[in-house]
Design a protein around this ligand. Structure first.
Ligand SMILES: C[S@@+](CC[C@H](N)C(=O)[O-])C[C@H]1O[C@@H](n2cnc3c(N)ncnc32)[C@H](O)[C@@H]1O
Length: 230
């Protein structure tokens, strides 16, 4: 099993219950919506997961393209947004084949940790081609090398306490400990980057980048980077 198949079938492990999943995606969608430039933006969300609040992003954009590698998750997205003409769903290959300079905003949130450094560099290159010269690429939820697991657990408990699912979050943490997540983590590892390392990757891929003041989503220990074509 790899991370894509983990996310295709085991997403109920990652989200402790439906409330967690929905608050999680609403928080991310609200944060992404805050970055959508005014006046008819074309937006790409790469590795969007279940994206149950994607309509909040589409509402403030001209069009939102959701890209998801996991086939069952992608099928669920296609069904969920079938009646929303402002949202389309694509495979990673379809997204890569879009014409150059197609998007004003490209977001990849909480995906880089599942990619090797070479895969990350390749995708940064794909985004560099797909983003408009005055567009923005956002790489979010970058996991720093130190204390990532305790920070993730604490962030989940705080998120649960603030949103009415604290005890479900406690139970969810125990289930995650017993799940394939740690087997996969041992087999494939997770990619971690310091702020300096991410800025180096982004610079090498042709961006002028900086770290955002706060991370998208609920984990303030992780980092979001804002990158513009150089
Ligand atoms: C934690 S989820 C993130 C979903 C959403 N962006 C969010 O922030 O909640 C990780 C996503 O990474 C995707 N993913 C994992 N490995 C990948 C790979 N090698 N290529 C493309 N997507 C990948 C999974 O399919 C999954 O949707």
């Amino acid at each position: 099993m790899d991370w894509i198949s983990f996310y295709d079938f085991k997403h109920s492990i990652i989200y402790v219950n439906e409330r967690h999943r929905d608050v999680h995606y609403r928080t991310i969608a609200q944060d992404i919506a805050g970055y959508v430039p005014p006046h008819s933006a074309q937006v790409l969300d790469y590795g969007c997961g279940e994206a149950t609040s994607a309509h909040l992003v589409a509402d403030v954009a001209a069009h939102l393209t959701l890209v998801e590698a996991a086939p069952n998750v992608r099928a669920a997205l296609t069904a969920r947004y079938a009646t929303n003409a402002k949202i389309s769903v694509m495979t990673p290959d379809e997204a890569s084949a879009q014409p150059p300079a197609s998007f004003d905003l490209i977001v990849m949130h909480s995906v880089a940790q599942y990619l090797t450094a070479a895969e990350l560099d390749r995708l940064l290159g794909v985004f560099r081609r797909l983003v408009k010269p005055d567009g923005l690429v956002i790489i979010g939820d970058i996991v720093p090398p130190q204390l990532a697991a305790p920070a993730a657990a604490l962030s989940l408990l705080k998120f649960g306490a603030a949103n009415g699912f604290f005890w479900a979050a406690v139970g969810g943490l125990i289930r995650i400990l017993l799940s394939d997540y740690f087997v996969l983590k041992k087999a494939h590892g997770l990619s971690h980057y310091s702020e300096e390392e991410m800025l180096t990757h982004l610079k090498a891929a042709g961006y002028a980048a900086k770290r955002a003041e706060r991370n998208i989503g609920h984990n303030p220990w992780r980092m979001t980077f804002l990158a513009r074509p150089e």
